[in-house]
Design a binder for this molecule. Structure first.
Ligand code: PLP
Length: 401
């Protein structure tokens, strides 16, 4: 619970800044000239610039180690996961297209694969590729939000060059078999990207073991600053830079780096991974309790069937829908009682469209419009959940008065 009595249950939208990130960033936020001990341009040659450069490279090293990358230069700093997803999808496919042209395949039409339950940061660039003449296939999940590796294997064609499948879903929390999917892709010479934003800090993310070619991460989902992310690009992966200019980030992402953001991200990343096992266990108990208790509430249904103790779903996300009620109404009623939750994903919460994820799982538009995503994090405790359950019961009760 917060000091103002509010309970924040929207951690999948964003997490509060963690103390470790704040402490790491503090020296970079001093105003005035004394800030130059930390806040110089990391590309300047003078000693302050070199100090900023070392801080940036130290952050890159920390992140690459925490994520189990092979080399620090496989981590490219970006403005967030939206940029990392866009860069991976557009940058890799552009390079693969060029390669095909160089090989004399002039009329080559690349085929790319994604799923219908990706975040818009993946779906929009995929649609852009389709508008640019690529063939695009969407894999459909089962009713629980899982992509069948066999259907992925069958979708691979002679001209498939690239696939992007999220590691964990941001609305229902289903975790995909990324290692298996990446291996299937590689067996056919297909480059594989995963959006690992929601997985980080909630389930193990060890890049070397996953075997992916590219992965996207966002600092603000794990207690780092907003507007900071990273693209993991395995050494040797074909890539055309998406943002061009001064050639920073080894020419892969131009623009003066946000050293303060990178340092905060590194501290948050290291902390989230250190705490992951114990936090996932603790959050998983509350997730199970929430699903169990809400099953007793009239008109409330779980959007997916999450077995107690399941490791196939993220431990911090609960997705429900309420028969005959729109999530907007429920969110505002809960808000008035001091509980902050989302309907669908935060990105689509300003739209009245039903969630594309829930619809892909087979929920009707009416049910999808009544969905509620409760997401927890480091400072959520059982008392918050108990109080939330009372408030939810009351909010639904109001409808019947
Ligand atoms: N991918 C997923 C799965 C997300 O949940 C989000 C955030 O909502 C993003 C990408 C976009 O991340 P960012 O806010 O860093 O651009």
């Amino acid at each position: 619970m917060r000091s103002n009595g509010k309970v924040y249950l929207d951690w999948a939208a964003t997490a509060p800044l963690c103390p470790e990130a704040r402490e790491a960033m503090d020296p970079f936020l001093t105003p005035g000239l004394s800030n130059m001990d930390f806040g110089a341009n990391a590309n300047s040659l003078h000693s302050s610039g070199r100090r900023a450069f070392s801080a940036l490279e130290e952050a890159r090293l920390m992140i690459s180690r925490s994520l189990g990358a092979s080399r620090p230069d496989e981590i490219i700093f970006t403005s967030g996961a939206t940029e990392a997803d866009n860069a991976a999808i557009l940058g890799i496919v552009s390079a693969l297209r060029k390669r095909a042209t160089l090989q004399g395949k002039r009329d080559f039409i690349p085929h790319v694969i994604t799923t219908s339950i990706e975040h818009d940061a993946v779906l929009a660039p995929m649609r852009y590729l389709a508008a640019q003449g690529c063939e695009l296939s969407y894999l459909e999940p089962n009713s629980q939000g899982f992509i069948d590796p066999d259907s992925f294997g069958s979708a691979l064609r002679e001209n498939t060059v690239f696939a992007s499948v999220q590691m964990a879903n941001n609305e229902v929390g289903s975790i995909q078999s990324i290692r298996q999917l990446a291996a299937l892709a590689h067996a056919r010479g297909v480059v594989f990207h995963t959006d690992a934003v929601q997985a980080l800090g909630r389930t193990p993310v060890i890049l070397k073991e996953l075997g992916v070619d590219a992965a996207s991460f966002s600092a603000h989902k794990i207690g780092g600053p907003k507007g900071q992310g990273a693209l993991y690009l395995k050494n040797g992966t074909p890539f055309d830079p998406f943002i061009i200019g001064g050639g920073q980030e080894s020419g892969k992402r131009s623009g003066t780096q946000n050293v303060c953001g990178a340092v905060g991200f590194a501290a948050a990343c290291e902390t989230a991974i250190t705490l992951q096992e114990q936090e996932s266990r603790r959050l998983g108990v509350m997730r199970d309790a929430l699903y169990e208790a809400t099953a007793e509430l009239k008109r409330v249904h779980a959007s997916v069937d999450v077995e107690a103790g399941s490791l196939d779903f993220l431990p911090n996300i609960v997705n429900l829908y309420v028969d005959g009620m729109e999530s907007e109404t429920l969110i505002l009623r809960l808000d008035m009682q001091g509980f902050e939750v989302s309907g669908g994903s935060a990105c689509s919460s300003h739209s009245l469209e039903p969630s594309h994820v829930l619809k892909a799982l087979g929920l009707s538009s009416d049910r999808a419009l009544g969905s509620l995503r409760i997401s927890m994090g480091r400072y959520t405790d059982q008392e918050d959940i108990d109080r939330f359950l009372l408030a939810l019961g009351q909010s639904i009760g109001q409808e019947e008065e």
